[in-house]
Design a protein around this ligand. Structure first.
Ligand code: NAD
Length: 295
């Protein structure tokens, strides 16, 4: 009896329903992956257009699965039906977990997280897909920081195996365990990391981007840098193309957070290509123009 009681106490909270806030590159991808792996998901945004794009992206990815005979048409329809696009907060009341994936801005994220926390169930888990912003800083205005942690997916969500689960100073073990289990259920390979700006991957990646920016400022041709990194060095893509995939707006905000967090290693540059692209509203693949042009 004692053993059963202990087991019940430490059982991992099951995640059977989820929500994503923000239906952009990441929110749309997370919603698709969750639904594909059998966890129905509410996809909330403030823009109708974003919801339409999110649903179109999910349908496109599912159609490819059908083409490759990994899914039949009936299952495809079932997966699509398990994604609920919405502009309203009502559907958040009944979900087990929320993944916030709005713009990489501490103030906006802080306000969104606070609002969502006031709507979801007391024992629901709240996570942020932030790329760089400290989880402790985001938790500062929450009333249940024990239920909050980072859940950082990578782009494109359906292809990248890694998920960083970021433990804040108040995050409970139960929350970490439930988020790790949800990531595994989504077919991902989670790692638990401590909190700091950029966590693990972006502590490595953003200094690389900063090195690329300085090289371009010193006169290098970005396309040539890409070519060498890809064709000769052998990486799947070079830094300029990768920045176009990430989104130059997101990269700009992330660079700011990293420069504040690590001022000696990530000094802010005045006219670097990432800020120049951002200021010219060349956001990369998401709006058709970044370092390269996309049709
Ligand atoms: P995005 O610009 O593609 O999408 C952001 C979405 O959030 C938009 O659809 C916007 O309408 C919506 N939004 C803004 N404010 C909102 C609000 N108050 N409520 C609901 N929706 C709102 O951005 P993205 O690339 O998907 O990035 C989202 C988050 O994921 C950021 O924190 C980013 O750092 C992180 N991230 C991005 C990448 C990447 O490669 N792009 C990778 C990992 C993590």
């Amino acid at each position: 009896k004692g053993k059963a009681k202990k087991a019940a106490k430490t059982a991992t909270k099951a995640v059977n329903t989820a929500a994503v806030i923000g239906a952009g590159i990441m929110g749309g991808g997370i919603a698709y992956q969750s639904a594909l792996k059998g966890v129905p998901v509410v996809m909330k945004d403030i823009a109708d257009k974003a919801l339409e794009l999110g649903m179109a992206e999910a349908s496109g990815l599912l159609a490819k699965q059908v083409e490759r005979k990994k899914l039949d048409v009936k299952s495809m329809a079932k997966v699509i039906a398990s994604i609920t696009p919405t502009l309203s907060n009502d559907a958040l009341k009944n979900v087990d977990i929320v993944v916030e994936a709005v713009v990489e801005n501490p103030k906006v994220k802080g306000a969104v997280l606070k609002e969502v926390e006031s709507i979801i169930a007391q024992d629901a888990i709240l996570t942020s897909n932030t790329s760089t912003i400290s989880i402790n800083a985001l938790a500062a205005n929450l009333t249940r920081p024990e239920n909050f942690c980072g859940m950082h997916f990578f782009n494109p969500v359906h292809r990248m195996p890694l998920v960083e689960v970021i433990r804040g100073k108040d995050t409970s073990d139960e929350t970490v365990a439930a988020v790790v289990a949800y990531a595994a259920k989504m077919g991902k390979s989670p790692i638990v990391v401590n909190d700091c700006p950029g966590f693990f991957v972006n502590r490595v990646l953003f200094p690389y981007f900063a090195g690329f920016s300085k090289l371009v400022l010193d006169g290098a041709d970005f396309a040539q840098v890409d070519k060498v990194m890809e064709k000769q060095f052998g990486w799947p893509m070079g830094p300029a193309y990768l920045l176009d995939v990430v989104g130059l707006d997101t990269a700009f905000h992330c660079t700011d957070v990293m420069a504040d967090g690590f001022p000696t290693r990530m000094a802010k540059l005045d006219h670097d290509p990432v800020s120049a692209m951002y200021k010219a509203e060349r956001y990369g693949q998401k709006n058709g123009l970044g370092f390269y042009a996309y049709s």
